[in-house]
Design a protein around this ligand. Structure first.
Ligand code: GTP
Ligand code: MG
Length: 378
């Protein structure tokens, strides 16, 4: 159903109805316990608890049928090879996510951003030296964590490790808590970067104390969460943080089969006036090659050119690698999955079916919504 009552929703979320009512009031919604709440409101509240609300409808089943066509044959153990970890940097606004990434990849993105707020997911591949030799780490910078939520809502889980940035002069804030809930709900291990320790008001111990209240106990207090004090400005502690990330990644023994047609997720996409649709794809398995025919979300395409995270042209991209690609026929959505198929013809056929389905479910949705409008007028 399009709507759900406060009571039912509270039950599904596993929170007290009274708590839920308060959450709703905080959003400016004054409703009674047996009244329905709409999808958008439900989504906002669910986010606070690290949950994702989905619309039920025809699309799901038919989509499943379509996905079935594209089912991935399971890999045999001997086909798997180690892959780099995908690390998502999360945390409250202005706590220093982009600055930390800038320091790590030696760029100055934070300064160039309009108003300092991250507008897109940047993906960067970083080579680091650890005590066990060279390692690759792939970082995703999230704008707040809406993108993370949007991806999870679409069933795309790309993150292996979450780095939670908490500013030592500000402490745990609402979005810090949301990030913790997201990572926990996704079952992703969290490494905490206690940032801005160079600032006069910095109090890393207080941050640890506050995090304890959210179930993250630092290792030096007998818990199992790694917390590294850093300064994204001076670089203090950053090497240790990277070492800890690499260590966590080693424990996870991440693997994928690089020797098959690629599949993965759209991280971002836009229409470029000169180059046409441009998409940043994250390859999750297989190897993506120039000339491949792909379906990304609702659209088909043939990879015309491919660039790595530093803008250098590449011919191939294996598991865990983010690449910018040209050649899609339209702009997919962040979180859409992509698949390599045998020909552009096949890709177009699948894309067409999907567009048809999308139109149908849009119609269904309209129907349901107008029904409810009728109700509310009665
Ligand atoms: P959003 O993308 O808006 O969520 O912010 P963000 O978390 O990416 O923060 P950003 O990196 O843009 O940093 C916010 C401000 O904090 C900037 O003015 C940075 O220069 C400053 N900053 C970040 N890290 C540090 C640090 O370690 N020390 C000091 N002194 N300032 C920092
Ligand atoms: Mg940022």
């Amino acid at each position: 159903p399009e709507v759900i009552s406060v009571r039912e929703f509270a039950e599904k979320l596993g929170v007290e109805p009274n708590q839920l009512l308060q959450d709703l009031i905080a959003l400016g919604k004054f409703v009674a316990i047996n009244q329905p709440i709409d999808f958008e409101t439900a989504s906002k509240v669910a986010e606070k608890y690290g949950k994702v609300v989905k619309l039920e409808g025809v699309e799901e089943e038919e989509e499943k049928a379509l996905e079935a066509e594209l089912v991935e044959t399971p890999d045999r153990e001997e086909e798997l090879e180690p892959r780099a970890p995908i690390i998502t940097v999360m945390g409250h606004v202005d706590h220093g996510k982009t600055t930390l990434l800038d320091y790590i990849r030696n760029t100055k993105v934070a300064e160039r951003e309009a108003g300092g707020i991250t507008q897109h997911i940047g993906a960067s591949v970083v080579d680091i030296d650890t005590s066990e030799g060279k390692k690759k780490l792939v970082f995703l910078d999230t704008p707040g964590h809406e993108a993370f939520t949007a991806m999870r809502a679409r069933g795309a889980q790309v993150t292996d490790i979450a780095v939670l940035v908490v500013a030592a002069d500000d402490g745990v804030m609402p979005q810090t808590v949301e990030a913790i809930n997201h990572a926990k709900a996704a079952g992703v291990p969290i490494i905490v970067a206690i940032n801005k320790i160079d600032k006069p008001g910095a109090n890393p111990e207080r941050v640890k104390q506050e995090l304890t209240q959210h179930g993250l106990i630092p290792e030096d207090w007998g818990g199992d969460t790694v917390m590294v004090p850093v300064s994204a400005k001076t670089g203090e502690g950053v090497d240790e943080l990277l070492e800890m990330i690499a260590l966590q990644a080693d424990l996870m023994e991440l693997k994928a089969n690089p020797n098959k047609p690629a599949r993965g997720v759209v991280l971002e996409a836009k229409l470029d006036k000169k180059r046409g649709p441009v998409a940043t794809l994250l390859v999750q398995s297989g190897t993506l090659k120039v000339g491949d025919a792909i379906v990304a979300g609702l659209y088909a395409g043939k990879i015309r050119a491919m660039f790595d995270d530093k803008g250098r042209p590449v011919k191939e991209a294996g598991p865990s690698m983010p690449v910018e690609v040209l050649g899609l026929e339209d702009v997919p959505l962040a979180g859409d999955k992509f698949y390599v198929v045998e020909s552009l013809e096949k890709a177009r056929e699948i894309a067409q079916k999907r567009q048809e389905l999308a139109r149908q479910s849009a119609l269904e949705r309209e129907k349901r919504i107008s029904l409810e409008d009728l109700f509310s007028q009665m």
